[in-house]
Ligand binder design. Structure first.
Ligand SMILES: C[C@@](CO)(OP(=O)(O)O)[C@H](O)COP(=O)(O)OP(=O)(O)OC[C@H]1O[C@@H](n2ccc(N)nc2=O)[C@H](O)[C@@H]1O
Ligand SMILES: Nc1ncnc2c1ncn2[C@@H]1O[C@H](COP(=O)(O)OP(=O)(O)O)[C@@H](O)[C@H]1O
Length: 288
C-alpha cells in the first residue's frame, strides 16, 4: 500500500472580483495548508477497477468521490489498464470549507503519478486537478499560495509567520455552490490581498492578523447564524484574529501562544464538538 497525506487548507483571504460568464466567480485568495490531514492508501488491482474504501459513511464510495475522479482521469488519459483501491482515512471534516475532498483528489493524483510511473510534474498534476474542482490545483502543491482565476491559477508564496491555528467546525455542512450563489457583489468589503502578501513576505504576524478577510463570510453568516456565534466565542476566548475558512462553516483563530491556543480550545469544546489545534505546514507537498 502506498500512503499519501492529504492536508486541509484555510483561506487567509478570499476575495471575489466578478461573476464570470461560465457562472464561476473570479477569485483572488491566499491559502495555506495546515497539519490536519486525511490519509490516502493506494493499492494496485488486477481487475482494472477503481474502488473507494472508507469507514466514514459520509464519504461517497463511487464516481462522486473526488479521489475516484482523480484516478479515473489519470487512468483514461494515460491508458492504464491496472485498477486501484483507494482507502480514505478521513480526519478532515466534510463540507467544512477545508477542501478535504479536493485534497484527497490531489493526494490521489500525486500517489498514482508515482505508482503508475507517469513522471508528471507538479504543474501537470495541478492542470489535471483543475478539471476535478477549483481547489484541487492548490491542494496538489500545498504550502502557501495566491490563487486566482476560479482558484486554479497558483502562485507560490513564502510560509506565513509561525503561529497556532484553532479550528472550530459547527455541526452543519455548507454547500459551496449555494454560498457563491448567495453572494451580492455590490457593496462588499474586499480584503486587502496585497497587504496580506506583504505581511507574509515581511513575516509580520500582527499585519497577517489585521489583513484576514473573506467576502463569503456574510453569506454563510446569514444562512447559518451559529457560525457567527462560534466566531464571537473564539474572539472572546482570546484569539488574535478570527475568520471563516472558504465557504465555511469552519472558523479559524490565529494565536501566537500555545497556552492561549489551549485555553481557546478548552473554552470552545463546551459549545462545539469538532475543535482542533493545528500548525500551518509552511512547506509544499512532496511529489509523492
Ligand atoms: C470557497 C472555496 C475557497 O477555497 O473553498 P471551499 O469552501 O469549497 O473549501 C473554493 O473557491 C471552492 O472551490 P471548490 O470547492 O473546488 O469548488 P468547485 O467544485 O470548483 O465548484 C463548486 C461550485 O462553487 C461555485 N464556484 C466555485 C469556485 C469559483 N471560483 N466560483 C464559483 O462560483 C460554482 O457554483 C461551482 O459549481
Ligand atoms: N474524498 C472526499 N471526501 C469528502 N467529501 C467528498 C469526497 N469526494 C467527494 N466529496 C463530496 O464533496 C462535498 C464537499 O466536501 P469537502 O471537499 O469536504 O468540502 P469543502 O468543499 O467545503 O472543502 C461533500 O459534500 C462530499 O459529498
Amino acid at each position: 500500500m502506498l500512503y499519501v497525506k492529504a492536508p486541509a487548507k484555510i483561506n487567509l483571504t478570499l476575495d471575489v472580483l466578478y461573476k464570470r460568464p461560465d457562472h464561476y466567480h473570479e477569485v483572488e485568495m491566499i491559502m495555506t495548508t495546515v497539519d490536519l490531514a486525511d490519509r490516502i492508501g493506494l493499492e494496485p488491482r488486477k481487475d482494472g477497477l477503481i474502488k473507494i474504501i472508507s469507514a466514514d459513511r459520509f464519504v461517497p464510495d463511487d464516481e462522486r468521490n473526488f479521489a475516484y475522479q482523480a484516478a479515473k482521469l489519470l487512468k483514461d488519459t494515460y491508458g492504464i489498464s491496472e485498477g486501484v483501491s483507494i482507502k480514505i482515512d478521513k480526519e478532515i471534516p466534510i463540507a467544512a470549507g477545508l477542501a478535504g475532498g479536493s485534497s484527497d483528489a490531489a493526494a490521489t493524483l500525486r500517489g498514482l503519478n508515482e505508482m503508475w510511473n507517469l513522471q508528471l510534474t507538479m504543474d501537470e498534476l495541478a492542470e489535471h486537478g483543475s478539471k476535478i474542482g477549483s481547489d484541487v490545483s492548490f491542494c496538489v502543491y500545498g504550502g502557501t499560495a495566491l490563487a486566482t482565476g476560479r482558484g486554479e491559477k497558483i502562485r507560490e508564496l513564502p510560509a506565513p509567520p509561525a503561529c497556532w491555528v484553532v479550528l472550530a467546525k459547527p455541526k452543519i455542512g455548507v454547500s459551496t455552490a449555494d454560498v457563491y450563489g448567495g453572494l451580492k457583489l455590490d457593496g462588499i468589503k474586499h480584503p486587502d490581498t496585497k497587504r496580506m502578501m506583504e505581511a507574509i513576505e515581511k513575516q509580520n504576524y500582527e499585519l497577517v492578523c489585521q489583513s484576514l478577510g473573506n467576502v463569503l463570510e456574510t453569506v454563510t453568516f446569514n444562512l447559518h447564524p451559529e457560525v457567527v456565534t462560534i466566531k464571537e466565542q473564539m474572539q472572546r476566548f482570546g484569539a488574535d484574529a478570527v475568520l471563516m475558512s472558504g465557504s465555511g462553516p469552519t472558523v479559524f483563530g490565529l494565536v501566537d501562544s500555545e497556552t492561549r491556543a489551549t485555553r481557546i480550545y478548552n473554552g470552545l469544546r463546551g459549545f462545539c464538538e469538532e475543535v482542533y489545534i493545528v500548525r500551518m505546514l509552511g512547506e509544499r507537498n512532496p511529489l509523492a
